[in-house]
Design a protein around this ligand. Sequence first.
Ligand code: HEM
Length: 369
Amino acid sequence: MDPIIAATHADPYPYYAQLRAQGGLVFHPGLNMWVASSAQAVAAVLAHPDCHVRPAQEPVPKAIAEGMAGQVFGQLMRMNDGERQRCPRAAIAPGLELIDAQEVEALVSARLMTADAAGLYNAMFRGPVCVVAALLGFTPAQGRAISELTADFVACLSPLSRPAQLTAAHAAAEQLSGYCVELLADSDNHSLLLAGIRQRFASGAPQTLIANLIGLFSQTFEATAGLIGNAVLALIQHPSLHSESTPIEDLLAEAQRFDPPVQNTRRFVAAPCEIDGVRLNAGDVILVLLASANRDPQLNDNPDTFLLDRPNRRSFTFGAGRHQCPGQLLALSIAGATLKQLLAMEPALDQLKREYRPSTNGRIPLFSD
Ligand code: HEM
C-alpha cells in the first residue's frame, strides 16, 4: 500500500491510521513527497500561503500544455493562486452558494432514471453535469452533449490518461468552449446564476470566464459521481440505513465524511517554510490526505463509526482555506435529489458488482449488473 494506491483500495482507513500514528506530516521516500495525514497537518498545509496548487516550473502539465485542454487548465481558479484564482472565484463562488435546492430537485426529477447499473451510471456520471448546465441556461439537449464532453475533458486532469484520451480531451475542450461562447452570446439566456457571474466578472477576460465555466463542469463530474456512489455503498454496507426513515441529507452528511470521493489533493511548496513543526523547502511536494484527516480522532470522536446523527461533524472532504470547494451545497443538493429519486425505485443495490475507477485521488465506484 502507499498513500496514492490507498485512494482506490477496498479499505484504506486502517492504513491512514498507521500513517497518522507515524506523525502528521512525514516524508515518503518511495513517492518522493511529503504526506499530510493528520487533521492538524492537513489544515496547516491548506491554510499556508506558501503551499500552492501547482509547481512554479510547470503551471500546466507538460502532457497537455500544447493544446486547448492546457489553455483551459491554465486559467482555472482551481489550478492558480493569487489574482488568477481570486478574480474568477469572486465572480463565480457567490452564485453557487445561492442555488435553490428545489430548483435542483426539479431538474434532477426531469431526467429519466432506471433502477439498473446503467441507470445508476447515468445518474452518477451524466445527471450532475446536466443540472449544472441547466442552471447556467443550457437546454437539456445541450446539457447532455456537455456531460459527454466533460467526461472526455476530465481525462486531461489525470496523470493516468493515455495519449488518445488527451487528444480527445483537447477536442472536448474546443467544443465545450464553443458551447460557452454561444451561451454568452445568447441574449435570451434567463439564468440567474450566469447573470450574477457575468456581472461580477465584467472586467475579466472572456477566455478566463469560459475556462472557469468549463471548470464548473469538470469539478462537478467525478466528485459528485463519487459522492452519490459512496453513499450507495454506505447503504449496501450498512443495510439498517436503507429505510424510508433515514433522512437522505443525514446519510450524505456522514457519507461525505466517512468515505470521501476526493481522497487527496496536492500542494507545492513555493518558498522555504515551517509547517506543523517540519521544515520544508521550495519545490517540495505535499500529498494532502483529506480522507485521513476526516478519520482523525482529534477531528471527530469515534471516527470509524458511521453515525447519521454525528454531533459536531467536521470534514475536509470539500477542502479548506483559499481553494475550499464553492460547490459544496450544490453538490449535496444534486446528490440528495438523485438518491431520493433512485431509492424510490427500490433498486436491488446489494446485487450490483462494483470496482473503483482507476485514479490517483478519486474514490469513485463503478457499478455493474
Ligand atoms: C461531492 C462533490 C464535490 C467534492 C467532494 C468537491 C471537492 C472539492 C475539493 C476538495 C476542492 C479543493 C481542492 C484543493 O484545494 O486542492 C474543490 C474545489 C473546487 N470545487 Fe468542488 N467538489 C465537489 C463538487 C463541486 C461542484 C458541484 C462544483 C461546481 C459546480 C465544484 C466546484 C469547485 C471549484 C470551482 C473548485 C476550485 C475552487 C478554488 O480553487 O478556488 N465542486 N472541490
